[in-house]
Ligand binder design. Structure first.
Ligand SMILES: [Zn+2]
Length: 291
């Protein structure tokens, strides 16, 4: 009898040790941060793959099952995931706590007038691509840490320690990135989508034009001609683009101007060079080599 009790206590305490906070994130950048902070005390999954356009995710019934029994659903916000609410509603998870990481971000390109479909409107509440500035990544990490602690206060010290260590690593990398970009200040580039304003502001880069006429609107021949003029008139050497877009229009601009097209992941797992947020940022900084 005594043995059984001891075994039972052992099993129960193990269950406690292995109790995990269950998290689903919209993007892989967020799930990377969750893993860094929660490590083995969290179970994390994501909806949008790293090589997928986060603006346009087709909802599958399996996505709703993914969040049916989880504790936290963490998103970028600012309308990036126009598909998220349908997912949350469809999950019928009344315990689900939704965390919007954009709340404490200093937002850019917030429209002052109501937007409509003709303006592209995939950025209806401002530019949502704030994770490409590592200073904003730090804000995201802190928010995620607080959300995990609120859900699992018994392990607060553990999450705080991991958060501190990760922010320390990020700070060290930010010094490297700042140094690599110091000589690039004031350089003009073309980007495919309007996803780089936070990155550009951080490093003093100027986005002089976009391959898309409006965010979410496909390139057109007449707009491409305008971009070609911008590239020629400004001696622009770099066209920066997410690797999930078609490179047909950027390649045409490159052929006629000599600018280089650099395709990169802007989410974790979006390319072999981006197994983590830090590696992803490393690969983005490399785009500026030689320009
Ligand atoms: Zn966008």
């Amino acid at each position: 009898m005594k043995k059984i009790v001891i075994v039972l206590i052992a099993i129960l305490s193990m269950a406690n040790v292995f109790a995990q906070v269950k998290v689903v994130t919209t993007t892989t950048v967020i799930s990377d941060f969750v893993r860094e902070i929660g490590k083995e005390k969290v179970k994390v999954d994501y909806i949008c793959r790293g090589d997928q356009d986060p603006h346009f995710v087709e909802i599958l019934p399996t996505y709703m099952l993914k969040i049916r029994n989880v504790d936290l659903f963490i998103k970028v916000g600012l309308g990036l995931e126009g598909w998220a609410q349908q997912l949350i509603d469809g999950s019928r998870n009344s315990k689900l706590h939704v965390v919007d990481l954009s709340e404490n971000i200093s937002k850019r390109e917030v429209p002052t007038t109501k937007t409509d479909g003709s303006q592209g409107d995939v950025h209806p509440f401002g530019n949502p691509h704030y994770w490409l500035d590592p200073e904003n990544a730090k804000i995201m990490v802190k928010e995620i840490s607080e959300a995990l602690i609120a859900r699992d206060p018994a392990n607060a010290a553990y999450y705080e320690k991991n958060t501190h260590e990760y922010l320390h690593r990020l700070d060290a990398k930010m010094k490297e990135w700042q140094a690599a970009m110091a000589s690039k200040r004031g350089k003009k580039i073309i980007t495919f989508h309007a996803s780089w304003i936070y990155f550009c502001e951080r490093y003093g880069i100027v986005a002089a034009g976009y391959v898309e006429p409006k965010p979410g609107i496909a390139p057109s021949p007449s707009h491409n001609a305008d971009v070609i003029n911008i590239v020629k008139n400004n001696g622009i050497k770099l066209i920066l683009m997410e690797n999930f877009y078609s490179d047909a229009a950027p390649n045409q601009i490159a052929r006629l101007t000599g600018a280089k097209v650099y395709k990169t992941a802007t989410a974790v797992g979006g390319s072999p060079q981006a197994p983590s947020y830090i590696a992803m940022m490393d690969s983005i900084i490399k785009a500026f080599d030689g320009i």
